[in-house]
Design a protein around this ligand. Structure first.
Ligand SMILES: Cc1cc2nc3c(=O)[nH]c(=O)nc-3n(C[C@H](O)[C@H](O)[C@H](O)COP(=O)(O)OP(=O)(O)OC[C@H]3O[C@@H](n4cnc5c(N)ncnc54)[C@H](O)[C@@H]3O)c2cc1C
Length: 481
């Protein structure tokens, strides 16, 4: 039988869980919240036993064109927190103001300053490890001590003290009570020591709150609207049609499934599903003379901001560089063949931001409407011009590193950071949700997550989208006050 709730939240990943966490802190004792999750519980123990992070395979829920453009979604309780790597860098202030600072792309309707305190709360909840210094302004230190640099990171920090930093990560550097210390093997997808933050090890308790009903195996199909408001959520519960209604509906089903559900619900907009963005990545192997690599204490041990903010952003994409500290991440060619010199090879990942293209998009698969379909024709010229700078950037790094030879440079096909499909903005003609992630047309519908991203920063998306969920929850309370 259909029930009525105050709120229905769709999805138990970062976007839904951080919203729920904040909302419960201020919600009355009698509020009734239903959380619908398509997958099962797929606990850590289950994942380690079965060697995968979800009982639902990605090919059961989406199809991608071209098919080497993978997005690696992990349905089930906790969403992609099960499979994510735990990279936790904040976006830089300029990422929010690409147009006004550099004349490129568009500005976000929110700024770094709007999110700064929310970033701090997210970092506290995720027990982010990070250094004492920072390339961006921070009001609080990181909750966990920094991870150890690798030897090449030490050289880079010495030569570029304001350009090279310790990593910011949800892979613990000290025991947290719930989590062990990162084992630095690069097995982050399964994290055998449960060191990375997941919804299961960090926020599970909010789903047991007496005000919350969590319903697994509940795949949302559509949201019904009438008189401009969202009323009812239609879903399949263990494959059987069901529906419930609520005063407020929160979509937190990811950059792929937020637009998919909106399209199936005929809550349309010219830009819905379009502007699908990912960051462009370039992996570089550098052979070093006499410097041992892979001896930092976590997967990514250093972050390079030398080519991030600056006037070059007028012409080409900004770049964040990661020192990959595990040779097992990119297996082939990660070690040298020479005896005694195996680890004198450094792996660097260069991540570039991108400005959206409307011809990259998510849609409903025609053959099976329960599946999403992604079409990715390519990165923008802006991102590609950025990636073309890599040899010049390596020349600069050579001021710190004894580079014997550049072993290889290759572009990745996917970074799996799905962004931009339900874009935020102030103008309903050019955006779908407002700056508080409320749908412009359907005012009791929020669409959370990286689907709202206006441009794709070189930084990791998840800290930012989680901070935006806190920001959206705060705005709801402020509007009611
Ligand atoms: C392999 C991999 C590594 C990554 N590493 C990093 C990293 O190091 N740092 C970083 O910042 N980001 C990383 N990301 C990206 C990160 O995982 C996402 O940014 C983040 O998970 C998005 O959070 P979300 O809550 O919006 O979506 P998700 O985490 O995808 O959660 C969405 C939830 O909604 C549920 N759902 C979907 N459709 C429906 C439906 N129809 N009905 C009901 N429920 C539904 C899903 O099952 C899921 O539980 C990585 C991603 C991948 C794939």
């Amino acid at each position: 039988m259909a029930e009525r709730y105050d709120i229905i939240i769709v999805g138990t990943g970062f976007a839904g869980a951080f919203f729920l966490k904040r909302y419960l802190e201020r919600a009355p004792a009698n509020v009734r919240i239903l959380v619908l999750e398509r997958g099962g519980s797929d606990t850590k123990a289950w994942q380690l036993q079965h060697g995968r992070t979800s009982s639902i395979a990605p090919q059961e829920v989406y199809v991608s064109y071209p098919n080497d453009k993978e997005w690696f979604t992990s349905p089930g309780f906790g969403g992609n927190s099960k499979c994510w790597g735990g990279g936790g860098s904040r976006m830089m202030p300029g990422d929010f103001q690409l147009r006004s600072r550099y004349g490129v792309g568009e500005d976000w309707p929110i700024s770094y300053d709007d999110l700064e305190t929310h970033y701090g709360v997210v970092e506290e909840i995720m027990s982010i490890a990070g250094p004492a210094d920072s390339p961006m302004q921070r009001s609080k230190p990181f909750p966990l001590r920094p991870h150890r640099f690798s030897d090449p990171d030490v050289l880079l920090k010495k030569r570029f003290p304001t350009g090279w930093y310790g990593t910011a990560t949800a892979r613990a550097s000290a025991p947290t009570g719930q989590r062990g210390v990162c084992c630095a093997t690069g097995a982050c997808e399964f994290c055998p020591v449960d060191a990375k933050f997941t919804i299961e090890n960090g926020l599970k308790e909010i789903f047991s709150d007496p005000r919350v009903t969590l319903q697994l195996h509940s795949e949302v199909e559509t949201i019904e609207t009438s008189a401009g408001l969202a009323r009812t959520v239609n879903y399949l519960k263990n494959g059987v049609p069901a529906h419930d209604s609520a005063d407020l509906i929160i979509l937190a089903a990811s950059g792929m499934f937020n637009p998919h559900i909106l399209m199936r619900s005929n809550i349309n907009h010219r830009l819905l599903g379009k502007r699908l963005t990912d960051k462009l990545t370039v992996d570089v192997f550098l052979d070093l003379r006499g410097v041992k690599c892979y001896n930092g204490s976590t997967l990514v041990s250093g972050l390079g901001y030398l080519f991030y903010e600056g006037e070059h952003r007028r012409d080409h994409a900004a770049c964040l560089i990661e020192t990959t500290n595990s040779p097992f991440v990119i297996v082939q060619g990660a070690l040298r063949a020479e005896r005694g010199r195996w680890t004198e090879r450094m792996l660097l990942k260069f991540l570039f931001d991108d400005v959206p293209r409307e011809d990259n998009y998510v849609t409903v698969n025609a053959a099976n409407p329960r599946m999403a379909e992604t079409r990715f024709v390519g990165y923008s010229d802006y991102a590609i011009r950025g990636a073309d700078q890599v040899p010049r950037m390596i020349d600069k790094l050579a001021e710190a590193l004894p580079i014997e030879r550049v072993e290889s440079i290759f572009r990745g096909s996917s970074n799996a950071h799905i962004e931009g499909t339900v874009v935020m903005g102030n103008d309903p003609a050019t955006s779908i949700v407002d700056k508080h992630l409320v749908h412009h047309q359907v005012r009791n519908l929020l669409v959370l997550g990286s689907s709202a991203f206006v441009t794709a920063s070189p930084s990791h998306p998840t800290i930012t989208l989680s901070a935006m969920s806190l920001w959206a929850a705060d705005a709801l309370f402020a509007a009611r006050a």
